[in-house]
Design a protein around this ligand. Structure first.
Ligand SMILES: Cc1ncc(COP(=O)(O)O)c(C=O)c1O
Length: 377
């Protein structure tokens, strides 16, 4: 049987990985400034991660949510502490799309309303409501099209204010990324996030912070929305919280009440997923990785801004977009095949993304900067 051909692939097979390096089958080493779409948070094959997962699979790999899995509570406590949201409630699932799907369903259950406000340039995943709230018609199937999602322009406070004034009593939720990732590292301003908070409070809507890519400490705060100094009602997370193991979750404000059967999943929160996410949370706390991401990000952003022939450098912490004056694909190819460095693309064709592990070293940042300098000269 052949593979369903939906991914344009680089002809590279990764057979070994350690920290911020990966190796192909010919023994060529690559520097990983992409982390496979912002997934690698504590570095590849981190010893604590390998040990925790190995230890767990020897004991029990899986049992369903029909029995007590105390590792879920342990993880909820650790993420509650890391994120400063001890008083929130934790529900585990399997992917970023599923986290957002659950968050929007929950907002609809909670408010009894149908309308979701999303941003132009957004990416929230490929399941039915998540993809309907994603601003890319090419991946929205006819069956997913709905009038229940209203798109607005990121950072346009007046447009949002007008929309709420008109339809506020029908709006269940506003969902947005604190920093749009796939969209090309577009930052929601602190004022805009605070305005969303105010409007959601005024009209009884739910503020959903999609932190799938910009969460887990990547921007130098646990959730990028924290930069605006206020709380969302639901935070969604995936990618970095599992360091490669498929695990996702939502963190839900205390005023949103659960009911048996409201949400559910077969695999979500299984023993192995918890072990992976616990290992990540433990390394993040032990090595102070949120602060490390902020400091290393400050350094990288400042150095990147000194490079020639770059239109703009955007980002916070280790979530960085570099916009060239032309399409970035040929440049990314050169970085990969000549300099052996992985970076990420974005739906903004001129912008490439830097999404390294949160414990990337200064030495590795300098290697990247030297290669960029060489290619831009
Ligand atoms: C902001 C954001 N939300 C949701 C998703 C979907 O996550 P997943 O691919 O795990 O379903 C992504 C994936 O890139 C993302 O960047």
């Amino acid at each position: 049987m052949k593979l369903f051909d939906v991914y344009p692939l680089y002809d590279i097979e990764i057979v070994k990985a350690l920290g911020s390096s990966v190796w192909d089958e010919k023994g060529q080493e690559y520097l990983d400034f992409y982390g496979g779409h912002a997934v690698i948070s504590i570095g590849h094959t981190h010893p604590h991660y390998v040990e925790r997962l190995t230890d767990q699979i020897r004991k029990v790999g899986f049992y369903s949510n029909s029995v007590k899995i105390s590792a879920q509570k342990e993880l909820a406590d650790k993420i509650g502490k890391l994120s400063g949201h001890d008083d929130y409630q934790f529900f585990m699932c399997n992917s970023g799309a599923e986290a957002n799907e659950n968050a929007m369903k929950l907002a609809s259950f909670h408010t009894g309303r149908k309308k979701i406000v999303a941003m132009h340039g957004s990416f929230h995943g490929r399941t039915s409501l998540a993809v309907a709230a994603t601003d890319n018609p090419n991946i929205v199937a006819p069956v997913n099209r709905t009038d229940n999602v209203i798109f607005v322009t990121l950072n346009d406070e007046q447009e949002l204010e007008n929309l709420f004034a008109k339809e506020g009593d029908e709006i269940a939720a506003v969902i947005l990324e604190g920093i749009q990732g796939v969209g090309g590292i577009r930052i929601a301003s602190d004022d805009y996030l605070r305005r969303i908070r105010t409007l959601c409070d005024k009209y009884g809507a739910v503020y959903i912070a999609d932190s799938v890519q910009c969460g887990c400490g990547r921007t130098g705060k646990y959730y990028s929305h924290d930069w605006a100094g206020m709380n969302a009602d639901i935070y969604t997370m995936a990618k970095g919280i599992g360091n490669g193991f498929p695990v996702a979750a939502i963190s839900i404000a205390p005023h949103i009440a659960p009911k048996y059967g409201m949400l559910g999943t077969t695999f979500g929160g299984n023993h192995l997923a918890c072990a992976a996410a616990l290992a990540v949370a433990e390394v993040m706390a032990e090595d102070n990785l949120v602060e490390h991401a902020r400091q290393t990000g400050d350094y990288l952003l400042a150095e990147l801004r000194k490079l020639p022939k770059i239109k703009e450098v955007r980002g916070k912490g280790l979530m960085i977009g570099v916009e060239l004056n032309e399409e970035s694909a040929p440049f990314r190819k050169k970085l990969l095949f000549d300099e052996h460095i992985f970076v990420g693309s974005s739906s903004d064709k001129n912008t490439f993304r830097l999404l390294p592990a949160l414990n990337i070293s200064r030495e590795n940042c300098d290697k990247l900067l030297a290669s960029l300098r060489k290619l831009l000269a």
